[in-house]
Design a protein around this ligand. Structure first.
Ligand code: ADP
Length: 169
């Protein structure tokens, strides 16, 4: 079941929230900064351990850590593509973010998960296209996988919220 809400991802009591991270996994601005601020140092510590093992995270891929002080149990960190005109594989890479995050969730027994609007902030992915990709990819995934109970799209800004509302109506 897909649910739409507007607000702050870090406050959700779900099994996992998804972070729009960067390849370094060392934190950044936007939702990434908010997650590390609210979750405390435990998350960054685990990100550093993953970095030491596999050298960060590639665009479109995802890794999982615990969620520190957050009400969620896990944080799934995925790296969205930076928008560079759209002819550099951006749409497929963004779809990979959603798909790989969901795959990792299922592997970890997660049944409730919340996504931010990946790549639509600092990475400048056009919001209408990003919303379409996010929704289609999640719908396709859950059609073939029944273990996920609730998937939240958490929109922070009014523009994304309106776009998702229209598309999910
Ligand atoms: P990216 O680098 O992938 O573009 P950003 O964090 O800059 O990541 O933006 C991704 C989306 O997250 C944007 O739509 C932004 O409005 C939203 N966002 C920022 N802070 C929060 C938050 N606390 N909860 C949910 N969404 C947030």
């Amino acid at each position: 079941m897909i649910r739409l809400i507007q607000g702050d991802l870090t406050r959700l009591e779900v099994d996992a929230i998804v972070n729009a991270a960067n390849t370094s996994l060392l934190g950044g601005g936007g939702v990434d900064g908010a997650i590390h601020r609210a979750g405390g140092p435990a998350i960054l510590e685990e990100c550093r351990a993953i970095r030491a093992k596999q050298g960060g995270c590639e665009v479109g891929e995802a890794v999982i850590t615990t969620a520190g002080k957050l009400p969620a149990k896990y944080v799934i960190h995925t790296v969205g593509p930076v928008w560079n005109g759209g002819h550099n594989g951006e749409p497929d890479l963004l779809a990979n973010c959603y798909r790989n995050s969901l795959r990792l969730a299922v592997e970890n027994g997660i049944t409730t998960i919340a996504f931010p609007n990946i790549s639509t902030g600092i990475y400048r992915f056009p919001k209408p296209e990003a919303a379409a990709i996010a929704i289609t990819t999640v719908q396709q995934f859950i059609a073939n996988n029944k273990s996920l109970k609730e998937i939240f799209f958490v929109c922070f800004d009014d523009e994304n919220y309106a776009l998702y509302k229209e598309r999910l109506a």
